[in-house]
Design a binder for this molecule. Structure first.
Ligand code: CUA
Length: 313
């Protein structure tokens, strides 16, 4: 009966050990000071108890050393926790450059996942072991939260923007995936699993799917379906800027500012085309809000990204 009872989920990512160590440190500090305080309450209660009816306590004017000690020691401890925690935080929020990209869309009440190679899955995420994986996440409706306890990662998926998270699994196996943000009637059913495989097994899985068109190819079709290329043609005097080689670059805007072309900017430019117009172009693009789903947006983004690799339009 107690075999199944665990205080902590399994540690299955590079981050898990670090997060747990910090957590253990916080528990240890709390236990130490709680015990010390309880112990001193008893010691003082006995040592300084009132010994006779007419005893009058003496006024104590204060003790500089003691006051310095109880100010400086907590300061040091909280600074340790701050620096340590911030280090893990920044680490967990900065995906490594070589991370494999996977696209996640949450909707009531499931997780829709797309791999760059075109595989799609529902409520399951297959990934290779010992490989950093970056998730770019969007939602079709309300806030959800992508939570894998064994990896010690959780990130809200918020309407109107992309959020990203990354992890590197260190063990093969199956791990729980939860939605950790109340999102309606079947929130509790919005669960799944992360399947971590050996690289070879993962390759097998990739080639075993039926829908094997790479994401950027699907994206190119959507790009044409929405007739994006009529304005965003890669030739002079087009109505819209060329998108070739644009991803990851910094571009000038009409208002004199500049912006780096990333997933977020592409998404915004499709849905709110007039909010950040590229310099030298007129704000003539219509919005595609309500016409293009988050899933399609991610595919179109993958296509635009692929143009940056030196593809042609
Ligand atoms: Cu989605 Cu809770």
């Amino acid at each position: 009966m107690f075999k199944e009872f665990k205080f902590f989920p399994e540690q299955a990512s590079t981050l898990a050990g670090e997060v747990d160590l910090l957590f253990y440190f916080l528990i240890a500090v709390s236990v130490f000071f709680s015990s010390l305080i309880f112990f001193l309450i008893y010691v003082f209660a006995v040592r300084y108890r009132r010994r006779s009816e007419d005893e009058k306590p003496q006024q104590i004017p204060g003790m500089l050393k003691l006051e310095l000690a109880w100010s400086i020691i907590p300061l040091i401890l909280t600074m340790i926790v701050f620096v340590w925690g911030a280090t893990i935080y920044f680490d967990s929020y900065t995906p490594p450059k070589d991370a494999m990209e996977v696209y996640v869309v949450g909707k009531q009440w499931m997780w829709h996942i797309q791999h760059p190679t075109g595989q799609r899955e529902i409520n399951e995420l297959h990934i290779p072991v010992n490989q950093p994986v970056k998730l770019t996440m969007a939602t079709e409706d309300v806030i959800h939260s992508f939570y894998v306890p064994a990896f010690r990662v959780k990130k809200d998926v918020v309407p109107g923007r992309y959020t990203t998270m990354w992890f590197e699994a260190t063990k093969t196996g199956e791990f729980h995936l939860f939605c950790a943000e109340y999102c309606g009637t079947k929130h509790s059913a919005m669960i799944g699993k992360v399947v971590v495989q050996e690289p070879a097994a993962y390759q097998d899985w990739l080639s075993g799917g039926t829908q094997n068109e790479p994401l950027e190819v699907i994206g190119e079709k959507k790009f044409q379906q929405f007739a994006c290329q009529t304005c965003h043609a890669d030739k002079p005097n087009s109505r819209g800027p060329s998108l070739v080689g644009i991803f990851g670059e910094s571009i000038k805007l009409q208002n004199g500012q500049s912006v780096v072309v990333d997933e977020e900017y592409i998404r915004e430019s499709v849905l709110e085309p007039n909010s950040k117009v590229a310099a030298g172009y007129k704000p003539v693009m219509p919005t595609f809000k309500g016409q293009v789903s988050e899933v399609s947006l991610l595919q179109i983004t993958a296509y635009i990204k692929s143009l940056a690799k030196g593809g042609s339009n």
